[in-house]
Design a protein around this ligand. Structure first.
Ligand code: DSN
Length: 418
């Protein structure tokens, strides 16, 4: 018996049905989207509480409304835990998302029109790193750095040359589709050389950093933004950690500069996620995510896929589908029919449009949370290859879907909710 879900069923059967069907989808199909994960029941519970009712504009101890003496403790715990988890001097846990966190960091430290260096989308960067359709490029003068065409690895020398040429006020390091370790010391050295601030967008790798499976940018970056729902396994939201000297500017920009009332139920859930990431077993979890990504890359390569940059060091891999003669869009749709959730993604120098693409981006955080290990990665690679070799065959898709469901029945993320 789950009282909130029962109440939902009584009040709004249509939405209750959506929730039940989504529980079933998550429990019975394989989730390989690199920016997703399964939160713990404790994170879910914190988020579904009466903390959603409280207006808390301001910061703990300095709010604009009364009655915040209880929820203040949740935000204070979240702030302290974020600082402890990442060894940071200051934390702001109010950003509603990673994009909001980046916007706050830009507005806190830059003036409109300032030059900023970031990695374009087609090289693995994020929309907020200067994509022409995004506020970032509309308000700031973004110049791009990217990958070496041959190795598909980040071209640090090219990045340094671009920095020397454009003298940016800020360099943004970090990506949404880069499968390798990022050398933050190299970015720091270039930032120091040209007098730039260094912002690291650690949205994807925050959990790996917390678990010691990726070097931390916190000691060398001026500001680190991140999301809490990817490898960190918390609620869907953002956060910022920074050096003390930027604390006031960041806090003032998040509120009242950009956001109104913080989502206290989500902040409480972030506090829970930070607590979970501080437990010794989270280190083994982060290491297993990376081992699983390596195993998946290896198994897909032996099935005939080309793995961009030849492999992975983190939680994600980019698969070039050209050897299979299918587009990313067609592959994503076929895999959906086969019970395997992925997202199409451009590969470096992709000949296809971004809505079509020649690649898939895969991540192993969610399947690792569900308990899968290297043998299951080999099985998943075989299921993917089987589906894409017979991309128009509905019978094959149906058979693979059954196999996917069988695999998930041994590794169900939410048996309690089934
Ligand atoms: N949409 C996220 C991702 O998938 O990487 C980034 O915002």
């Amino acid at each position: 018996m789950n009282e909130p879900l029962d109440a939902l069923e009584r009040t709004d059967p249509a939405i209750a049905d959506v929730v039940q069907r989504e529980i079933e989808r998550q429990n019975t199909t394989i989730q390989l989207i690199a920016s997703e994960n399964f939160t713990s029941l404790a994170v879910l519970a914190a988020q579904g509480t009466v903390l959603t009712n409280k207006y808390s504009e301001g910061y703990p101890g300095k709010r604009y409304y009364g009655g915040n003496y209880v929820v203040d403790d949740a935000e204070e715990l979240a702030r302290q835990r974020a600082c402890r988890l990442f060894g940071a001097e200051h934390a702001n846990v109010q950003p509603h998302s990673g994009a909001n966190a980046n916007m706050a960091a830009y507005f806190a430290l830059l003036q409109p029109g300032d030059t900023v260096m970031g990695m374009p989308l087609d090289q693995g960067g994020h929309l907020t790193h200067g994509a022409p359709v995004n506020f970032s490029a509309r308000l700031f003068n973004f110049v791009g750095y990217g990958l070496d065409d041959d190795t598909e690895l980040l071209d640090y020398e090219g990045m340094a040359r671009t920095a020397r040429e454009h003298k940016p006020k800020m360099i943004v390091a970090g990506a949404t589709a880069y499968p390798r370790i990022i050398d933050f010391n190299a970015f720091r050295a270039v930032a120091d050389e040209v007098g730039a601030l260094l912002l690291v967008d650690a949205a994807h790798i925050a959990g790996l950093i917390a678990g010691g499976a990726h070097p931390s940018p916190v000691p060398v970056a001026d500001v680190v933004t991140f999301t809490t729902h990817k490898t960190l396994r918390g609620p869907r939201a953002g956060a910022i950690v920074c050096k003390e000297q930027y604390a006031q500017a960041i806090d003032k920009t998040v509120f009242p500069g950009l956001q109104g009332g913080p989502l206290m139920h989500v902040i409480a859930a972030k506090a829970v996620a930070f607590h979970e990431a501080m437990q010794p077993e989270f280190r083994e979890y982060a290491a297993q995510i990376v081992r699983n990504a390596g195993a998946l890359a290896e198994a897909l390569a032996s099935e005939g896929f080309r793995i961009v940059s030849g492999g992975t060091d983190n939680h994600l891999l980019l698969v070039d589908l050209q050897p299979f003669g299918v587009t990313g869009k067609a592959a994503q749709e076929a895999l959906d029919r086969a019970g395997i959730t992925t997202n199409k993604n451009t590969i470096p120098n992709d000949p296809e449009r971004p809505f079509v693409t020649s690649g898939l981006r895969l991540g192993t955080a969610a399947v690792t949370t569900a308990g899968m290990g290297e043998p299951e990665m080999t099985e998943i690679a075989a299921l993917m290859a089987r589906t894409l070799r017979a991309i128009d065959d509905d019978n094959v898709a149906a058979e693979v879907k059954e196999s996917s469901a069988r695999l998930c029945s041994k590794f169900t993320p939410y048996p309690e909710l089934a």
